[in-house]
Design a protein around this ligand. Structure first.
Ligand code: SF4
Ligand code: SF4
Length: 430
């Protein structure tokens, strides 16, 4: 039983000044010597020994599709031309399983023709055949499922976390591609309503877009999908449900612009726009091939890391630390943050002192001080039934303000993962 639904959504109370950034500058990271593509296995195949339909030593072209051997609907797109060096299983966090495909880059670059041929017809099958690998990993499949049909698409020109300027860069630099992409998404999906969400201070005119345009205050966490559902679409997502369950989904502006560029050029987009913030806390917008090891980007930007420094994929509120600079840029890597060991907020072993800061800041009005006690004890069912675990919209604000430095957000993510794992196992065993 959920004690309370998601109805308690409050206005965000935590406002952070967005980073000012000269968007005219973008740095192009040169072609790396090697890239690693991460093919994420679908949940039902996590434990299997699947591999991909290619072997080390075989060659690939830029834009070539590499599929899971047992399931051609699960694939990555090669971002380079080269020779497969390694194919290895990779265990991600929260039970995610990947196949890491490392490719030695060769020249000259040769582009695969399959996308150009297939994209001559804009139909639902094109989405399944290629488009889920676009930058941003847009989930086109939700438009074609049998459950609640998705009839509204929100295109996010606003950032998912602090310290990211990636989508704002796309709005200001890829407007024509975005326009073309919007028209293509409409043709492919037949979606009824497309709403482009732009920051209030974008300072641009979007009147000629083939979409409704709504401005959104750039205050975090108001840019997160479940809060946009309430503030822009006037719908409250109940606890444990998704925006898609209410007929609405969100794509990043970069995904849609990348589709526009792909149709214009006939080449599948294999580059990602990323905001990289080094220890000097000055963000830089870069473009890099998907699969580029993060150390190549750091070398290009002159970022040097040392023992106990931290590299975070994503923003400071919701990002995840990676343990090696070999970790590659993924299609949905919007931001990379480097923290000097002296800048990393310390965690502690102190217990909750019941100060109530987390409860006051929580936009979903979760009784976080009680929730965290149950999560720390591994009592996940009670955390969900009694203390609204599933109302949490994963904004990370509670961790940010916790005076006892308890990693609340990590406990929440772990709790949700463990519950979904337990319920999947129960369903499997009948
Ligand atoms: S992450 Fe924390 S503050 Fe944000 S919604 Fe969840 S419980 Fe509330
Ligand atoms: S902010 Fe931290 S210490 Fe304060 S009530 Fe919440 S969990 Fe406890």
């Amino acid at each position: 039983m959920i004690k309370r639904s998601f109805l308690g959504l409050a206005k965000p109370k935590f406002e952070v000044q967005r980073i000012g950034l000269p968007l005219s500058e973008v740095k192009e990271v040169p072609m790396p010597k090697q890239v690693t593509l991460m093919l994420k296995k679908p949940p039902e195949r996590m434990a299997g020994t699947d591999t991909v339909a290619l072997s080390p030593g075989e060659t690939v072209r830029t834009g070539q599709k590499i599929s899971l051997s047992s399931d051609s609907e699960t694939y990555v797109i090669s971002s380079v031309t080269g020779t497969i060096a390694r194919i290895k299983p990779f265990a991600g966090d929260f039970g995610n399983a990947f196949i890491a495909i490392t490719i030695d880059v060769t020249s000259p670059e040769v582009f695969d023709e399959a996308f150009a041929k297939r994209a001559q017809s804009l139909d639902p099958a094109l989405a399944g055949a290629f488009l889920s690998a676009l930058p941003g990993n847009p989930a086109f499949s939700v438009f074609f499922r049998e459950e609640t049909p998705v009839t509204t698409l929100g295109i996010l020109g606003i950032e998912p976390d602090l310290a990211s300027m990636t989508r704002r860069f796309v709005l200001s630099h890829q407007k024509a591609a975005l326009q073309k992409g919007i028209e293509a998404v409409k043709a492919i999906t037949g979606v009824d309503r497309v709403v482009l969400l732009v920051p209030q201070d974008a300072g641009m005119d979007f009147k000629d877009m083939a979409a409704e345009v709504r401005t959104v205050a750039a205050a975090y966490p108001g840019t997160l999908p479940k809060l946009l559902m309430k503030d822009v679409f006037g719908q409250t997502v109940p606890a444990g449900k998704t925006c898609e369950d209410l007929g609405c989904t969100f794509f990043s502006a970069e995904s849609v612009a990348a589709l526009g560029t792909a149709l214009e050029t006939g080449r599948f987009p294999v580059e990602k726009v990323i905001t990289v913030t080094g220890k000097d806390q000055k963000p830089v917008v870069v473009t890099a091939k998907i699969g580029t090891p993060v150390k190549v980007i750091f070398d290009e930007l002159g970022i040097v890391t040392g023992h106990l420094d931290r590299v975070v994929f994503g923003g400071p509120m919701t990002g995840s630390a990676v343990y090696t600079e070999d970790y590659p840029v993924l299609p949905d890597t919007d931001a990379i943050l480097v923290q000097d060991k002296t800048q990393i907020p310390p965690l502690s072993q102190y217990p909750c002192i019941n100060c109530g800061e987390c409860v006051r800041i929580c936009p979903a009005r979760v009784p976080v001080n009680m929730l965290v006690r149950y999560l720390e004890a591994g009592r996940y069912d009670e955390a969900a039934d009694l203390y609204d675990l599933h109302c949490c919209i994963e904004c990370g604000l509670c961790s940010f303000v916790c005076v006892a430095r308890i990693p609340i957000f990590q406990y929440i993510r772990l709790g949700k993962f463990e519950l979904s794992r337990m319920h999947a196992a129960e369903a499997h065993h009948g």
